[in-house]
Design a protein around this ligand. Sequence first.
Ligand code: MD3
Ligand code: FE
Length: 203
Amino acid sequence: MLVLPKGFRHIPGFLDRDRQEALVEEIRAVVAAAPLYRPAMPKTGKDLSVRMTNCGTLGWVTDKALGYRYQPQHPVSQEPWPAIPQSLLDLWQTVAGAYKPPQACLVNFYAETARMGLHQDKDEQDLQTPVVSVSLGDACLFRVGGRERNDRTVSFKLSSGDIVVLGGESRLAFHGVDRIYPATSTLLKNGGRINLTLRRVTP
Ligand code: MD3
Ligand code: FE
């Protein structure tokens, strides 16, 4: 039997169309202040296909020289990250309000050929607090497994307005995005997919 890790919650259609549109406008303002950049993997320097930026007091960044880390400034402009929009703090309060507020919101932008290989999120000092993910725009094929890379995985579609809460045992589950389904949403004028992940970095 295929089972999702304990603590994994997928809430399809959590945000209605109006709230998705409002959130896209807020993310456009974040991207205007903190432009998307193409992160590189540690050591190899190979670019990720996903473009990224952040809002919050800390942002997740990576480059060839310094690798995966959280820092208070944009790696290109060296400016502090813009604030997390209030609507996302409210969303956190609704689904993860028992925990301290998020410090980082990673903004991932997927063009239609972008993908994200199977990985664990473990660069945070605080691994007790859940990660909350919001999907906007084109749908994707998402995959989640267990704590070991070779554990069996389950695949399903994430659509615009869906949220996922990764708490408990699912917090260290391997996961990735195998593909984008182009032109499956009219939310983003030029297509593609945005994923927001709200994270607590320090206890
Ligand atoms: C499962 N993002 O930014 S969101 C990431 O769709 C990331 O852009 C994917 O993986 C995306 O690190 C997946 C859903 C998600 C986010 C964090 C998780 C699933 C997770 C952390 C632990 C386990
Ligand atoms: Fe991840």
